[in-house]
Design a protein around this ligand. Structure first.
Ligand code: SF4
Length: 311
């Protein structure tokens, strides 16, 4: 299986097949917070969380959503032919507000005529039925993704990284989301403290069984001033080498059926001065090329080990 020379199914390809043109995600900051930070579930957040590394530039954060969309769109249009856009509610927990407020924010996202839908990053414990009902109401006319941060299926790991939810809550959220014409993307982190390769593959198999539509793979990054940075400085765990990460990514992709869209293959950090370890992801192109090469060397591809009977 090859998609534009790649041995996995990139999200860009998924969107092109569906909409017949190039579609870009436009990240916005809608001013949400997170229940794992504001005290509802916990204080201090997940041990690795450094939100500015996945937030838009400060200048944009206080702007309205339509203004953020306009700015992002102009930047992309300057770079080439871009036809359609998905607004990406990225920062913090983008379903963590009253339905009335969510409706106003989501309505703002679709004001632009070139916006064909939106993606909402959230936690599995923040999607009550009334919020899912609201999101479903957009899915009739727009292309909608819910992106669930899971990171691992192992409750021991989730406790260790202080996620504030367990795997059962994720399973419940997925079940209640399915059947609503909402696509489900799941974020997982490879290289979490205490996890070995088999733990990561177990998480992958569980996600396949649940019938998710897309996945984002991140490597564990240690960012300054986080709790995990303190654990790292005490030698409580090691980060993955580039070589080990590449192998793990291919191991994971081999288990995924070919229909699952790959939305991300490596974590990104916007402020490299904040990055403690590892440093190899600063050259993203090198990482992606190494993944392609590993597949070629193995003679394998996404789904080559997918077994529909076992999954
Ligand atoms: S759920 Fe997301 S935003 Fe909240 S603390 Fe964890 S990583 Fe940070």
């Amino acid at each position: 299986m090859k998609h534009n020379g790649r041995r996995y199914y990139p999200f860009s390809q998924f969107l092109r097949e569906r909409f017949g043109c190039k579609v870009y995600k436009l990240p916005v900051d809608a001013g949400f917070t997170c229940p794992n930070r504001d005290g509802k579930i916990g204080y201090g957040g997940c041990t690795y969380c450094y939100n500015p590394s996945f937030s838009p530039p400060i200048l944009l954060q206080k702007s309205s959503i339509p203004l953020q969309v306009k700015y992002r769109k102009a930047l992309l249009k300057r770079k080439g032919k871009v036809n359609k856009f998905l607004v990406y509610f990225q920062s913090y927990t983008n379903t963590y507000a009253r339905v009335k407020i969510l409706k106003r924010l989501y309505d703002e996202a679709i004001q632009d005529k070139d916006v064909i839908g939106f993606c909402i990053g959230t936690r599995p414990d923040c999607v009550p039925d009334e919020v899912l009902d609201l999101i479903e109401s957009y899915a009739k006319d727009y292309h909608i993704w819910l992106e669930y941060g899971l990171q691992s299926m192992h409750d021991e790991t989730l406790l260790r990284i202080r996620r504030g939810h367990n795997f059962a809550q994720f399973g419940d959220a997925v079940k209640r989301t399915q059947g609503r014409n909402i696509f489900i993307c799941v974020h997982i982190i490879l290289g979490l403290p205490g996890e070995a390769k088999e733990d990561i593959l177990k998480t992958t198999r569980a996600l396949v069984r649940m019938g998710i539509d897309g996945i984002k793979l991140h490597h564990l990054q240690v960012i300054k001033n986080t709790r995990i940075a303190r654990e790292f400085s005490k030698g409580e765990f090691k980060v993955l080498s580039l070589e080990d990460y590449i192998k793990l990514v291919c191991d994971v992709l081999e288990l995924l059926p070919a229909r699952i869209a790959i939305q991300r293959l490596v974590g990104e950090v916007l402020q490299d001065k904040m990055l403690v370890a590892p440093r190899w992801n600063l050259n993203k192109h090198k990482v992606l090329s190494a993944i392609d090469q590993e597949f070629v060397d193995r003679g394998s591809f996404q789904g080559s080990k997918f077994d529909s009977k076992k999954s």
